[in-house]
Structures are given as C-alpha cells and as structure tokens.
Design a protein around this ligand. Structure first.
Ligand code: NAP
Length: 359
C-alpha cells in the first residue's frame, strides 16, 4: 500500500469562505479497519457554512476540512478488511473531512451503494435522511395520522422529511422561504391531499397561516410534531402550534445565518447584527413546558457519530422504508466548492447540493 496525493479543501481559520483554500497533500495508507475511497461525490450540508464561518460549536481546534458525506469507489483497504471491498461503490458519513479527492474512513461507517442508485444519489442521501428520520421517529415518536410541520421543506432535510412522511399516513404542512420553492413543492406534491405548503415569512402571522393550512388538509387540531431547523422568530409560533403532548424537535438555526461573511475586522456590522439576534434569541421557562404539556428536544447528529452500532441500527430501520433515491440534486465541480457553499447559503437552493470529483 502506498500514500496517495490528494486535493483537499482546508480552512486554517474560521470567519469567511475566502479562508477555504485548496491544497495538495499526501494521504497515508488506510489504517487498520479503514478503507481508502476514491471520492466521486461530496454532499454539502448547511452545517458546513456555520463551520466555515466559525459558528459551529462541535468543531475541533486548528486546521479543518469540512464535509460530512461522500460516495466513491474503494481504492485500497487497511489491515483487518477483506480485499473483496476493493472496487466496490460505497457511500457514508464522516465526522468532518470529506471535501477531498481521496479519504481514509473507518469501515463501520461505509455502505455499498444500492445497485439501482447512482453515486450522486447515494451521496445526497445519508446525512439529511438520517437527521430527519431521527427527528421524526426517535425524538418526535411519530405515529400514523400525526400532523407534522416541516420547515424549509424544499431543502435537503426538508425533501428527505417529505419523502419519509409520504411513505406514512402523515398530514404535513411544509414551509419555504420563496415563491419559486412553493411552486416547486406544489408541482411535486400537488396530487397528495395530505400535504400543503406555505411561505414561512412573515413570522408575525405565521401561526394563523399555519392553522389555515391545517384546515386545508382537513385538520382542525394542531401539530403533533414540529421539525424546527430555523428557530429565531419562528420558535414561539412553532411552540404555540403544538397540540398538548406535541413535540418540538429543534435541530438547526438557519435564521441566524449572517447575510455576509464574518471577517473579524471588516464585518463588524455583521457581528453586531448576529450578537443582537443571539441576545434576543427565544428563551423558555421550564415550568411553562410542564404546564403546557408539550416537549422540546434538540440534537446534533455529530454527537451521535461515536455510537456507530446504534446509528447503523437506525440506518437499517430507514432502509425498510424503501425510499426513492433523492432526485433534486444540484451539482458543482470539486473546484467550485466556494460557489456551491455560497449558493447553499443564499437560501435559494432546492434539494441537495453536491460536488463532483473528476479524477
Ligand atoms: N442537528 C443536526 O444534526 C442537523 C443535521 C443536518 C442538518 N441540520 C440543519 O437542518 C437545516 C437544513 O439543512 P440542509 O443542509 O438540508 O440545508 P437546506 O435546508 O437545503 O438549506 C437551508 C435552508 O434554510 C432556510 N433558511 C432559513 N433562514 C435562512 C437564512 N437566514 N439564510 C439562508 N437560508 C435560510 C432556507 O430555506 P427556506 O427559506 O425555504 O426555509 C435554506 O434553503 C439546517 O438548519 C441545518 O443546520 C441539522
């Protein structure tokens, strides 16, 4: 086994996308129980943005390569792994580091790509689908006929949630930030009488608009589960829209995304705006939760990464749903990582964004 020269995106400090630089380096042979993957596709996640801007608490110190997922071909194997793996098409999740042309990853996180799925589809599937499955099933305790509110329904996680919920008898209100996304969802799910979609803005009358949306799908009661990846001004409407015993699952804070970069000197105004939002972020009295008989839970998948056996179990349950592979995938080249991240940060993207690697 030899070392492999690879291209890799590295940020030596947080703050702006401009800190992300492409480097060439030597990747050592895969250690025991690891495989080396010739990467074909890299999935982008919204957390990549927070990570590069320095707003992601789970980031290790020092130089960092973003990237939580990949698909590709097994190029070599470390000790303890059968050589039968070599040449197989695989995909998986990483704890950072997949923005690279070759990666060494522990075998426990790798799966073979289903025969009828492309490498691109496989790469677009894993993190967002696991996230919303965990939110709905493990924390939301989803039951048939539940009313579910899905924010950012046209995004990567949002479409993954709709894909799961369309396999179950769920009544769904989805929110989006733009009219073009509303059109997209109405076209995609227009035939489904259990799904309806509304604009998220403005927050001030969101509650009443969400209630009207429920009536449109014949639901007079409120929500059993709210999937909240936006927070900010939508926190209290989300909470108020829960019925008794309803569950608010918090897993993202996209409304805190700064409009510009976060250069420590040149973007003082951005920092002040962000600080203001942070100071005035919603806070809740635990006594009120008891009185209202509602639950709040939050998670970050990264903290579940160490529990690989359990994650694999969740993945197994997910497979029984026989979901369609993701179909709305926007492709950029490996060299266009910054353009791709800028597009994701714009809030205009629909579905999943991936980087394709040409070898
Ligand atoms: N906790 C976890 O383990 C975990 C794992 C994966 C993802 N997440 C979270 O889930 C959410 C969705 O992730 P994703 O990767 O699938 O991204 P995405 O939904 O494809 O893109 C993010 C979406 O956030 C919405 N948004 C709301 N306010 C925004 C703002 N101020 N600026 C830009 N966009 C804004 C936009 O959609 P609309 O305007 O249409 O709503 C945007 O398209 C993110 O908040 C992410 O951090 C959490």
């Amino acid at each position: 086994m030899t070392t492999q020269v690879r291209k890799v995106w590295v940020a030596d400090k947080a703050g702006t996308f401009a800190n992300l630089k492409q480097e060439k380096e030597e990747l050592p042979p895969p250690p025991p129980e690891h495989i080396r993957i010739k990467v074909k596709f890299i999935g982008l996640n919204y957390a990549d943005i927070f990570l590069i801007l320095g707003l992601y608490s789970a980031v290790p110190e020092g130089k960092l390569t973003p990237g939580f997922e990949y698909s590709g071909i097994v190029e070599s194997v470390g000790d303890g792994i059968s050589e039968d793996w070599i040449g197989k098409r695989v995909y998986g999740a990483a704890r950072f580091g997949s923005y690279a042309t070759y990666i060494n990853v522990p075998i426990v996180y790798v799966r073979e790509i289903p025969k009828d799925w492309t490498d691109k589809q496989a790469c677009a599937f894993i993190v967002q689908t696991l996230t919303v499955y965990y939110a709905l099933e493990e924390l939301g305790r989803f039951k048939p006929n539940n009313n579910v509110l899905v924010h950012s329904a046209a995004g990567g996680c949002g479409l993954a949630a709709l894909s799961i919920l369309s396999k179950k008898s769920a009544k769904v209100v989805g929110t989006v930030g733009t009219l073009s996304k509303l059109d997209f969802l109405n076209q995609k799910y227009g035939e489904n009488p259990n799904f309806t979609f509304i604009l998220r803005e403005p927050a001030k009358d969101f509650e009443s608009r969400a209630k009207r949306a429920l009536l449109k799908i014949d639901q007079e009661d409120l929500f059993d589960i709210v999937l909240d990846s936006v927070m900010g001004d939508w926190f209290w409407p989300n909470y108020n829209l829960l019925k008794k015993e309803g569950k608010l699952v918090l897993y993202g804070s996209a409304s805190f995304t700064p409009t510009g970069n976060l250069h420590p000197v040149w973007n003082v105004i951005q920092w002040i705006k962000l600080g203001w939002k942070y100071i005035w972020r919603p806070k809740i009295d635990p006594m009120q939760i008891v009185k209202d008989n509602k639950s709040l839970s939050g998670f970050n998948l990264i903290h579940l990464y160490e529990r690989e056996e359990w994650l694999n179990q969740i993945f197994g349950k997910l497979q029984t749903l026989e979901l369609e592979p993701p179909s709305n995938i926007h492709e950029f080249s490996f060299d266009q990582a910054i353009e791709a991240l800028t597009y994701l940060k714009s809030g205009k993207s629909i579905g999943k964004i991936v980087l394709s690697v040409q070898h």
